[in-house]
Structures are given as structure tokens and as C-alpha cells.
Design a protein around this ligand. Structure first.
Ligand SMILES: Nc1ncnc2c1ncn2[C@@H]1O[C@H](COP(=O)(O)OP(=O)(O)OP(=O)(O)O)[C@@H](O)[C@H]1O
Ligand SMILES: Cc1ncc(C[n+]2csc(CCO)c2C)c(N)n1
Length: 256
């Protein structure tokens, strides 16, 4: 079985030169911007706002870069596209970015998929210039907030399970570990950990085996209603996971 490597290097000021770095794309959702949004914005080669996410960039980016001129920040942090059903983005914000050259994609006819879903499908299908050979999509503001939205955001990990997508908040990140691979998670201990979890959402896991955790699993069954691994602790700088089911990996983000 093939090995999949994971790293939160995008939270570091500069990405270490220890192998080919992923191409990052950023999707900003309609929640308070995580404090590291300007950093991941710089690492990303494509930046999208999901509907009301554009209001957040417009309203909050200047506050995250308080030592810079606010108007200058607004002009420099220009999304490549705003996409969604357009019921939350303000008209003045749409006009501001469209005058700067941002692509506006109105999909108000589709009331069956979320704005995040629409953004991921757009990245997959309509960005021919983006190198997708090692693409990692970062989603800012995906956690903490309305529970229906959080669950909808997690469901997007499953609907696009062959794409690398990382849900982010100020406090933690979540991504999928597909059962089709063995996994090696390289811990960036200056910015993440030690609290972590492995959660079998969707289907129970008959067997999961890990190394590098305080409470490692050894051919262990996990299911809702039984054991799931929450409040675990990373011990080493490398965690390995193999499972017969898709699992969610979550790790805390440090307030540095
Ligand atoms: N409170 C929240 N918690 C988590 N994610 C959120 C939250 N609010 C918005 N989002 C995410 O941001 C995206 C865009 O948000 P927006 O408010 O524009 O959506 P919406 O479709 O108008 O939502 P609704 O009509 O259900 O309030 C959503 O699709 C969702 O992924
Ligand atoms: C069974 C079912 N439940 C909820 C919705 C509503 N909904 C889901 S995604 C979305 C778009 C949000 O921007 C809306 C309105 C639906 N269509 N079908």
C-alpha cells in the first residue's frame, strides 16, 4: 500500500526545503479569519472566497496586519475568485473586488451543495493553470461556529476524498486519512500539538494501528458508541497510522 505524507509546514513562516513542497490553494469561509490567514494567503498560489468569506477578507484582513495601511492591505489581498450562492457577500465588497479583477462566480441556482463544495469543485474543474500534481487546499474558518456548517465542511472532506483538503480554525486543523494509504504525519511542533485525535466518522474502523502517540492503537476497533481516540497526545515528531477505514486526523494549533 502506498504511503501518504502529511505536514503542516504551511503554518511556518517559510516552508522548509526538504522535498518538493505542495502547491497550496486557500479557500476563505464566512467566519472570523484565523490569525495566521495572512501567512497561508502568502503560501497559496490560488485564493478563493466562499460567498461571505469575501466580507471577512475585506473587513478583517486590515486588522490582522495592523502595522500596515488598511487600504493598501485591501488592495493587495485580492481573491482570485468569489464563488457561492451570493446571499452573504455584500454588494459593495463584490464591487470592490470585481473592480480589482477578481472573478465573480454566481451559483445561486444550486441550493443543494454548500459554498465550500462549490469552491472545491471549481478548483478541481476550472483552474487549468494550477499544478494539481501535489495540490493541498487549505480552508480557513471551517471549524468553531454553527454545527451544521462544521459538519457540512467535514462532509466535503469525504465528498472529495481523493483531494488533499485541510480544514482550519484558530485552534485546530482536521484532514482525512484515506484507508487506501498508509500515513506518515510529520509534526511541526513549533506550531501544532500536542493534543490530537483520530476519529472514524462515517464508518466504524475494525482495525487501526498507530505509532508516535501517547495512547497508540494496536489493531484496535474504533466506532461511535464505542472507543474513538480523542484527547490523545503526540509524542514523537512522526506519527504513523494505518486503518481499514477512512479516519479524521485532528491536531491542536499552538497560540504562538
Ligand atoms: N458558523 C460557521 N461555521 C463553520 N463554517 C461556516 C460558518 N459560517 C459559514 N461557514 C462556511 O462558509 C461558507 C460560506 O458561508 P455563507 O454564510 O456565505 O454561507 P450560506 O450558504 O449563506 O449559509 P447559510 O445560508 O446557511 O447561513 C459556508 O458554505 C460554510 O462552509
Ligand atoms: C436535504 C436538504 N437539506 C438542506 C438543503 C439546503 N441547503 C443545502 S446546501 C445549501 C446551499 C447553502 O449555500 C442549502 C440551502 C438542501 N438543499 N437539501
Amino acid at each position: 500500500m502506498d504511503l501518504m505524507r502529511h505536514s503542516s509546514a504551511f503554518l511556518l513562516p517559510s516552508i522548509p526545503d526538504d522535498g518538493p513542497p505542495p502547491t497550496y490553494a486557500l479557500v476563505v469561509l464566512n467566519q472570523r479569519l484565523p490569525r495566521f490567514t495572512p501567512l497561508v494567503w502568502k503560501h497559496a498560489q490560488l485564493r478563493l472566497c466562499a460567498d461571505g468569506g469575501a466580507n471577512r477578507v475585506y473587513d478583517e484582513m486590515p486588522g490582522l496586519l495592523a502595522d500596515e495601511d488598511g487600504n493598501d492591505v485591501r488592495n493587495r489581498y485580492k481573491p482570485d475568485a468569489v464563488k457561492g450562492d451570493m446571499d452573504s457577500v455584500r454588494t459593495e465588497v463584490l464591487e470592490f473586488y470585481s473592480n480589482l479583477g477578481t472573478k465573480i462566480v454566481d451559483e445561486s441556482h444550486d441550493q443543494d451543495t454548500t459554498d465550500l463544495h462549490k469552491c472545491i469543485a471549481f478548483i478541481r474543474d476550472f483552474t487549468p493553470d494550477l499544478d494539481k500534481s501535489n495540490l493541498c487546499i487549505l480552508v480557513a474558518g471551517a471549524l468553531g461556529g454553527r454545527f451544521d456548517h462544521e459538519v457540512g465542511n467535514i462532509n466535503v472532506l469525504y465528498r472529495f476524498s481523493t483531494m488533499r483538503i485541510i480544514l482550519l480554525s484558530d485552534d485546530c486543523l482536521i484532514h482525512l486519512l484515506p484507508r487506501t494509504h498508509h500515513h506518515e504525519i510529520h509534526i511541526q511542533s513549533s506550531v501544532e500539538g500536542p493534543h490530537c485525535g483520530l476519529v472514524p466518522i462515517g464508518t466504524p474502523s475494525g482495525s487501526t494501528t498507530t505509532t508516535g502517540l501517547q495512547w497508540d492503537l494496536n489493531d484496535t476497533e474504533m466506532k461511535f458508541g464505542g472507543l474513538i481516540s480523542t484527547s490523545n497526545i503526540v509524542k514523537g515528531d512522526k506519527i504513523t497510522v494505518q486503518s481499514d477505514s477512512d479516519l479524521l486526523w485532528t491536531i491542536s494549533i499552538k497560540k504562538v
